[in-house]
Design a protein around this ligand. Structure first.
Ligand code: SAH
Ligand code: SF4
Length: 388
């Protein structure tokens, strides 16, 4: 019997998950045997605490101290008696990545290089709103990337490995530490770190299970409590995992489109050869969180003379017709030896107008943190030294 497209998607999904496992992060255990509690799901934390011979309510208390209060020292957990604090500290840690570099741009964008226990590192960017007290934390999901989009600096760094839930949520927590935003603000209280964009290094849907585990921790109401509406996952178009992401997480979706014709997208975003535009748009139409209130964002990097014509703009409108969508135009951010140029401001404006006149919002993204290579597509955690 021939396989139908559902079976093919399921097979593909299995293959993607199996491949992700080949790049699994190291276990969250220190050389002295202590276990890092950060990154464990509620269920895992309960099991860990039970295995240590403690009552279930202790897991709940720890969750609160770790994710609501942001405490990293058991001695500060005032609801836990001293002897138990000491016992916990012998067996466990509440980890953070090490801050290997902390740079601030002229526009206040701040870029961190976070290093993990095995010395692998990623970049994380905090982008404050220029006016209000809020901002986005741009989080990485992999060390490097297997996809080599032609315009992306991260794409020149080979994939070293996937990040663990602890390393993903740990980036957010470490930035929180830097801005001293603990305990987690409740309800509608303004937050400096008000949104998460999974738009850093790596393809989040190629490390789906760890990303999902981390986002479930972030969304938990008794901890960091950031709602799914404040989280945006950006993908270059891993179609079979988009459905899964919609079912499990239903966070906002951003799709790195960048071209409206398969021949060009094949070149710019090589993953298009596997999941062409038609399949990508169909997956967007199926995405459950997409409604008028929560539109899908199409990211479109503006490359001079490559994808920025008026014909392209009109084809783009045609492509997304019927989808609750907005189009984010990203002027290309150059990096050392990058092969493209940024479209001219007038060209970008014209492009935006065509999309707007068709009824879609089409903001032009102001590059942030370019002076410290913190803007979209400029992140890379491994410096290429010139040959000796
Ligand atoms: N891997 C995911 C997440 C990275 S998000 C993805 O590709 O969607 C980073 C966004 O910046 C993506 O839309 C990416 O295509 C875009 N980008 C990459 N390089 C860029 C560059 N040099 N200038 C502007 N945008 C870039
Ligand atoms: Fe990877 Fe995204 Fe960069 Fe493409 S744009 S190489 S998918 S990080």
């Amino acid at each position: 019997m021939p396989l139908d497209s559902n079976d093919l998607t399921a097979t593909d999904r299995e293959r993607i998950l199996a491949k992700a496992a080949l790049f699994a992060p190291p276990p969250a255990i220190l050389p002295d045997g202590r276990i890092d509690l950060v990154g464990q799901s509620r269920e895992d934390l309960a099991a860990t605490i039970a295995a240590a011979g403690e009552k279930p309510f202790r897991a709940k208390q720890l969750w609160h101290w770790i994710y609501h209060q942001g405490v990293t020292d058991f001695a500060k957990m005032s609801s836990i008696a001293r002897p138990l604090q000491e016992k916990l500290a012998e067996k466990f840690v509440i980890g953070r990545p090490a801050t290997a570099l902390d740079q601030k741009s002229a526009d206040e964008t701040r870029k961190f290089l976070f290093k993990f226990r095995d010395n692998e590192a990623v970049e994380t960017v905090y982008i404050p709103d220029p006016i209000e007290d809020r901002g986005a934390v741009c989080i990485s999901s992999q060390v490097g990337c297997t996809l080599s989009c032609r315009f992306c600096h991260t794409g020149t760094q080979k994939l070293a490995r996937n990040l663990s839930p602890a390393e993903i949520v740990g980036q957010f927590m470490a930035v929180r530490d830097a801005y001293k935003e603990w305990p987690s603000p409740k309800g509608d209280t303004p937050r400096l770190l008000s949104t998460i964009v999974l738009m850093g290094m790596g393809e989040p849907l190629y490390n789906y299970e760890n990303v999902a585990a981390a986002m479930k921790i972030v969304m938990d109401n008794e901890g960091i409590a950031l709602s799914r509406r404040r989280i945006t996952l950006s993908t270059s178009g891993v179609v079979p995992m988009m459905d899964k992401c919609g079912e499990d997480l239903a966070v906002n979706l951003a799709v790195s489109l960048h071209a409206v014709r398969d021949d060009l997208r094949d070149e710019l975003v090589p993953l298009n050869r596997k999941y062409p535009i038609k399949d990508l748009i169909a997956a967007c139409k199926r995405y459950p969180a997409a409604s008028n209130a929560r539109r899908i964002t199409f990211e479109y990097v503006m490359l001079k003379g490559i994808n920025d014509s008026e014909t392209d703009a009109r084809a783009l409108v045609h492509l997304i017709a019927g989808l609750p969508a907005k189009v984010n135009l990203i002027p290309f951010n150059p990096w050392p030896n990058s092969p493209y140029e940024t479209s001219l401001p007038a060209t970008i404006k014209k492009f935006a107008t065509i999309i707007m006149e068709a009824g879609y919002s089409s903001p032009i993204r102001t590059p942030r943190g370019q002076d410290i290579l913190a803007a979209c597509g400029q992140l890379k955690s491994q410096v290429n030294l010139p040959p000796a």
